[in-house]
Write a protein that binds this ligand. Structure first.
Ligand SMILES: NC(=O)c1ccc[n+]([C@@H]2O[C@H](COP(=O)([O-])OP(=O)(O)OC[C@H]3O[C@@H](n4cnc5c(N)ncnc54)[C@H](O)[C@@H]3O)[C@@H](O)[C@H]2O)c1
Length: 471
């Protein structure tokens, strides 16, 4: 049943800004465009989250959600849980929590399930990943042990460093897709809504071919076991066929081609870009816009990483590394727009290295050396040394993507779009409509996300013009 949204009550309260989810009465107050309130279905009942790949990121997210539900920890890093959104003028002092402004699923209503090529339950997989402390995991053991993976769709050709036994068998890729669809339908019977997220290993680099150009070609390809169709695409196809939103946390070619975009729109199953934007790229998309905003030139950007988790082991293999490299390289080119600023950015040497170094486990270390130049071309350097924890940064992103995709699915205007560009904020490779360049600048992405939330709630958009304060 659809309900009228809380924030879309402009007519009922023409001069009120004091209510928790109210919208500003005066359109000129923020200089924004007022839109009609939209009908968003409420987040009623259980949200089922199907996770592909119960490795470091997935288990850190699942254990983290349970720890937060039990009051053992705070959901730090999660915009949906901790973020606020300003409504109206700065002088209105009205910044509700995002989760109080838009109808998101409550953490207590999330039910997890997933697939993996190993039989370990989530407790065992989390212990193996060694991201969270054993004491933390012990407290969560009864819950985590109960989540056991379903057999996966897997083929070593696409992830050469892994081999698992907990794998489905099928006559064709079509048959495997049907088995996944059956898994989804069975899970759907136990919950009210479902979202799927890929947190599986990075697959080899694939380019779209003829098989990716339409739903029909893709379905024929499934029947004929086309080598261009990797397991991640089979999961995504199964999800979208079942009307289930799909997020891709890895850089694989998975939903970023015409057949999936078409299917996403056809079945109102939202998709977004790919590859969680966590450590180094997160920093890149903060620093690069700063240089550009001040017209500081860049000559070179050398990025290297050491990491020792299973992801690092997979990325040590050149075909999987190539997929990651392409995803990481894209952001600078788009942010700097060298065609518009040839004097500043047309000659950048951008190099990325990922080194598998087991002693570090999930505690990655990233170094960036940036050669920049200023007034009259005088050179300068900036060094960034980020000692981060990969999965600690990725887990809240995975959670937010799941919750926002569920919101998109319940929002008629958003679900019919297919691609959710407003979720670019979380991803190294945002997906956009054909012919549009992606926005990589973290702050533009943040504004886009928050304005989308204001828009669907019928609140004024915020342009940061601010002239009205000086009238
Ligand atoms: N941690 C980060 O900061 C970060 C950032 C961006 C992207 N990523 C990507 O997220 C993904 C997960 O990262 P991770 O650190 O959790 O890796 P991980 O190796 O710990 O976990 C991946 C899991 O996926 C499973 N798997 C592989 N292929 C599968 C298939 N076809 N079906 C089901 N399960 C499958 C593996 O067995 C493993 O348990 C990787 O692709 C990684 O590149 C991670």
């Amino acid at each position: 049943m659809a309900t009228k949204k809380k924030g879309g009550a402009k007519k009922e309260a023409p001069s009120s800004m004091g209510r928790k989810t109210g919208v500003p009465a005066d359109r000129s107050s923020s200089g924004g465009r007022k839109t009609a309130a939209m009908m968003i279905e409420p987040a009623k009942g259980k949200l089922g989250v199907m996770v592909v790949g119960l490795g470091a990121v997935a288990t850190t997210m699942i254990a983290g959600v349970e720890a937060v539900r039990r009051g053992l920890a705070k959901p730090i890093g999660s915009l949906t849980q901790m973020g606020t959104i300003r409504l109206g003028k700065r002088t209105d002092n009205h910044s509700p929590r995002i989760k109080d402004f838009v109808p998101l699923a409550d953490l207590k209503d999330i039910v997890f399930t997933g697939w993996d090529i190993f039989e370990d339950n989530v407790y065992e997989a989390a212990a193996h990943a060694a991201v969270l402390q054993p004491e933390t995991l012990k407290k969560l053991k009864p819950y985590l042990s109960k989540i056991k993976p379903m057999p996966a769709v897997f083929d070593r050709y696409y992830v050469k460093r892994l081999d698992g036994t907990h794998v489905k068998k099928g006559k064709s890729k079509r048959d495997l897709a049907e088995q996944l669809r059956a898994d989804i339908r069975a899970f759907k019977k136990t919950v009210n809504r479902v979202v799927m997220i890929w947190a599986g290993s990075t697959e080899i680099f694939l380019k779209p071919t003829a098989v990716h150009q339409s739903i029909e070609a893709f379905e024929k390809g499934l029947e004929k076991n086309d080598p261009g169709i990797a397991p991640s695409q089979i999961y995504a196809y199964a999800a979208l066929k079942e009307g289930v939103p799909f997020a891709n946390g890895a850089p694989n070619l998975t939903v970023d081609f015409p057949a999936m975009i078409e299917l996403s729109k056809l079945n109102s199953a939202p998709i977004c870009g790919k590859d969680f934007k966590t450590g180094q790229t997160f920093m890149k998309t903060v620093l690069a816009p700063a240089f550009k905003a001040r017209m500081i030139g860049v000559k070179g950007w050398f990025s290297t990483n050491i990491l020792g988790n299973r992801d690092g082991e997979v990325l040590d293999e050149p075909h999987s590394f190539k997929t990651k490299e392409e995803s990481k390289l894209g952001s600078l080119e788009y942010i700097f727009q060298p065609d518009l600023y040839p004097d500043l950015y047309s000659d950048i040497y951008h190099k990325i290295r990922i080194n598998y170094y087991p002693p570090r486990g999930d505690e990655k270390e990233a170094w960036d050396n940036i050669d920049i130049f200023g007034w009259l071309g005088y050179p300068m350097q900036l060094k960034v040394n980020f000692l981060c924890r990969d999965s600690i940064l990725a887990a809240p992103i995975a959670l937010d993507l799941v919750l926002f995709l569920d919101l998109a699915k319940r929002t008629p205007e958003l679900r019919s779009l297919g691609i959710q560009e407003w979720l670019s904020f979380y991803l190294k490779s945002p997906e956009t409509a054909k012919g549009l360049y992606p926005e990589h600048d973290l702050f533009i992405q943040s504004m886009k996300l928050k304005n989308t939330l204001r828009h669907i709630m019928g609140a004024d958009l915020i342009t940061h013009l601010g002239l009205e304060y000086y009238d």
